[in-house]
Design a binder for this molecule. Structure first.
Ligand code: ADP
Ligand code: MG
Length: 482
């Protein structure tokens, strides 16, 4: 994307560092539970609270989750990696250091293919993925003058996934996060819930004249929704362009995005940046993956979003963009396939992505909480396909299904909504409408074609929408032309 400044065109350069919480029942180095939203400090082992003398023990499942994620990112898996201590003081970090990986991460270079709204795709490089512990949480809003500390999150496994500075627009940053989230969800290695903080992004932004060297970047910390990431990129790029065009220079610094004012503000400069004094954790041996582990996990990988997208396009004739929307959420894709199997796939796509998604959005629920099951929606489409109901009636039946949770067939029977295809009763309804509107009939016959829609509407009303629309059109035209 090119931005026009006072001095000419500018290009945005973006690199993302994503923290993804690993789906695992216990923590990276302890057996404590990881349930989200539990009572504060009820899921804390002595290791997580950093009692003296406690020893971390690596959680094999978390390691496998990281390897699986690396494979899903088509990345180099390192057979040997090293855990380091990253030293800093914070009230919710009782050990005074975080166990992380630095120079020797578990996963090296990989890539993600992103899908853009114009139908094109681009490859974004992955620099690395490393495993680390999450910190606890400071709660500043529970007491007027005290800060409380909740250590439930302390020690939960995180994957930090670092991209190359390959993105060039807010849209690409959003597409990257969507695809990354879809991959993590398909793999089951992170639930991708940005609202609950289980996936958060640090957004690195710089600007340059097209073709020039990279400019100095600023890092916007901990942005917790895709929309905010896109807004942050936009306002930060604008801020940097204005400074440079005014003759200033960009200071490398860490910033925060404030959605309310749509601005970023400085948090700390490079000079104030931490020196973390990384060194290998003496309590942990280097991590060596056993022979055959990578091959076994590779063989067990589920269908990934890009593969599923290609299959949905090939077997159901979906538009690539629509297929991309479906695979972004594995539950949505499974729902669609249940509806589409054995039915008209395009009609199924319209209903799932149009009517159903509309209801889910309005109710603010996920597809897993949908008031209408895939089987029930399929039942409605069957009634449409065999001509029992018209498309218009189907919309009403769907609304009723959403409200009552009843099946389509039951609603159609109970309310007498079967489509009238018997031409005798349609003819009778048409005769009634023409009789009631003699002047409109005269106008139509004198050439006012537009009135045809009026007659159709009246006939549909007279039949409570149950008349077969094709039959109405045909008979009405015949009668009017007489
Ligand atoms: P650090 O270790 O200080 O975080 P890295 O070199 O690991 O620095 O880079 C962190 C992130 O910043 C990466 O995602 C990378 O792609 C991105 N990045 C690096 N240089 C730039 C730049 N000039 N503009 C935008 N993003 C950049
Ligand atoms: Mg960084």
């Amino acid at each position: 994307m090119i931005i026009q400044g006072a001095t000419g065109p500018w290009e945005i350069v973006i690199g993302l560092e994503v923290h993804a919480q690993v789906v695992s029942q216990s923590k990276l180095f302890s057996g404590a539970a990881t349930v989200f939203g539990a009572e504060p400090n009820t899921q804390v082992s002595l290791v997580d609270a950093a009692f003296p003398g406690m020893l971390p023990v690596i959680n094999r499942f978390c390691v496998e989750q990281a390897v699986k994620t690396g494979l899903g990112l088509k990345a180099q898996i390192n057979h040997r990696s090293v855990f380091d201590r990253k030293n800093y003081f914070y009230a919710d970090l009782p050990a005074g250091y975080q166990i992380s990986q630095y120079t020797q991460p578990i996963v090296g270079k990989g890539e993600i293919t992103i899908d853009l709204s114009d139908g094109s795709s681009r490859t974004i490089g992955i620099t690395r993925l490393h495993l680390e512990q999450d910190a606890g949480k400071s709660l500043h809003d529970q007491h007027p003058s005290l800060t409380y500390v909740d250590l439930n999150r302390s020690g939960i496994a995180l994957m930090e996934i670092v991209s190359e500075p390959d993105m060039r627009s807010p849209e690409e940053a959003g597409a990257y996060l969507k695809k990354l989230r879809a991959i993590l969800r398909a793999l089951g290695t992170c639930d991708g819930n940005m609202e609950e903080g289980s996936m958060r992004a640090d957004v690195n932004v710089s600007v340059r004249k097209p073709g020039a060297e990279f400019g100095t970047r600023c890092e916007i910390k901990n942005v917790n929704s895709i929309r905010y990431v896109q807004q942050a990129v936009e306002v930060e790029a604008r801020r940097q362009i204005d400074i440079i065009e005014d003759g200033g220079t960009i200071a490398q610094e860490t910033r925060l995005y404030e959605p309310a004012s749509r601005t970023t503000r400085a948090m700390r400069s490079k000079e104030e940046a931490h020196d973390y004094r990384y060194f290998p954790d003496p309590d942990l041996l280097p991590l060596e993956l056993e022979d055959g582990l990578i091959e076994r996990l590779q063989a067990e990988l589920p269908e990934l979003p890009d593969e599923m997208k290609a299959r949905l396009v090939a077997s159901y004739g979906l538009k690539p963009y629509d297929a991309g929307v479906l695979v972004a959420d594995p539950e949505a894709a499974a729902f669609y396939e249940t509806v589409a199997r054995g039915r008209d796939p395009k009609l199924a796509a319209n209903w799932v992505m149009g009517d159903l998604f509309g209801v889910l959005n309005a109710k603010g629920v996920t597809i897993g909480e949908s008031p209408v099951s895939a089987e029930a929606l399929g039942g409605l489409l069957d009634l449409l396909a065999d001509g029992t109901i018209s498309g218009r009636i189907a919309k009403d039946v769907f609304v009723e299904m959403v409200e009552t949770g009843q099946g389509a067939a039951g609603i159609v029977e109970a309310k007498g909504l079967r489509q009238v295809t018997d031409t005798g009763s349609i003819e009778a309804a048409i005769a009634g409408v023409l009789q009631a509107n003699p002047d409109k009939v005269t106008e139509f016959r004198a050439g006012k074609d537009k009135l045809f829609g009026f007659f159709v509407g009246q006939v549909m009303r007279a039949t409570q929408g149950k008349a077969n629309p094709a039959a109405v059109n045909e008979i009405l035209m015949r009668q009017l032309k007489q």
